[in-house]
Design a protein around this ligand. Sequence first.
Ligand SMILES: NC(=O)c1ccc[n+]([C@@H]2O[C@H](COP(=O)([O-])OP(=O)(O)OC[C@H]3O[C@@H](n4cnc5c(N)ncnc54)[C@H](OP(=O)(O)O)[C@@H]3O)[C@@H](O)[C@H]2O)c1
Length: 346
Amino acid sequence: MSHQAALIPSKGQPLVVETVKTVPPGPGEVLISVSAIALNPIDYYMRDAGFFVASYPAIVGSDIAGTVEAVGSDIPSSSPFKKGARVLAFGNTFYKQGQPDANNYGAFQQKVVVPIESVAVIPDSLGFVDAATLPMSVGTALTGWMNIGLPVSTRVDSKQAVLVWGAGSSIGAGAIQTAKAMGFTVYGTASPKNFENLKALGANKLFDYKDPEVVSNVIEAAKADAVSLKHVYRAAGDIGGSDLPPVQEILKASGGGAIASAVILPEYTPQVEGVETKFVQGSADPEERKKFLARAFHDFLAPRLAKGEYIPAPKAKVVGSGLESLNKGLDELRGGVSNVKIVIEL
Ligand SMILES: NC(=O)c1ccc[n+]([C@@H]2O[C@H](COP(=O)([O-])OP(=O)(O)OC[C@H]3O[C@@H](n4cnc5c(N)ncnc54)[C@H](OP(=O)(O)O)[C@@H]3O)[C@@H](O)[C@H]2O)c1
């Protein structure tokens, strides 16, 4: 059996579509027939700069939705991951880099092998295009909150607040909704044109990050609402780190706290007493990672999707159909998007 895949032929080269061999899923894995692929910044870093790519040709990409085509021999018939199940999945391309079978796990192909802990069954009411927008966003949001010690599976009272900086981003949508699920009052910063969309996800108050008064506006709001603001998720921001001092100042004013930064930190991250700044990253231990992914996709996301309690956001923008559209989609994402998630349909 064979299928089409979009490969990076060599460092810095555009993707090319070729026929590759379809491999059956191993133990604990499923083979997914892909209907939609959502794009993330890391995808163009991998294509254009070779970040994390261990060898070429490489099949990369993380976010997919589609239908289970085959299951590993050890997966019981009682499992929700059966042939024909509609699912979303987080392609394990990073975790598999350097392994000989890495290319079976990249999202940019018609058939992808995925370990079941990175798969969630989706309800019939959720289309593949919307479902594909979720895996990276939800997984990264939960990882970041856990990195700075938030409970994730238990609830806090609403007198505790978090701030999501760059809430208009895909990771921001995840950070808002996961914080809301924990019970926090959620503040966010974004461009004003995105405020309504972000309120619909559960953000309580929004601030314009370009407003020179943004720091005092957030501090005043926390005082007026009598909330304790100790945790910030830096979902999007300036890669040079110019937004770190304002965020640190906000936490300093509330007596200290911690920042989870999805955005890569500058070489010299400013240090502020009582404020911890951590780059968001999952565990390096494969067993720990497996446990985390199952919590994120099986325990957190799947039941909320089934009950309609989690909204796919930002809105999907389909920029093409077929693997040939991936280069165009990645170029558009690299050029900058505002509160949309770029998706390719297959
Ligand atoms: N550490 C990890 O594991 C991990 C995983 C995934 C992603 N990431 C990183 O997380 C970041 C966000 O990824 P994404 O896919 O969510 O991006 P995205 O959706 O493409 O982000 C676009 C949004 O970013 C906001 N934004 C841009 N510049 C900003 C700034 N200076 N301050 C505040 N907001 C700003 C914009 O908000 P407005 O339109 O409202 O202005 C825009 O809507 C990227 O740096 C990505 O590389 C890290």
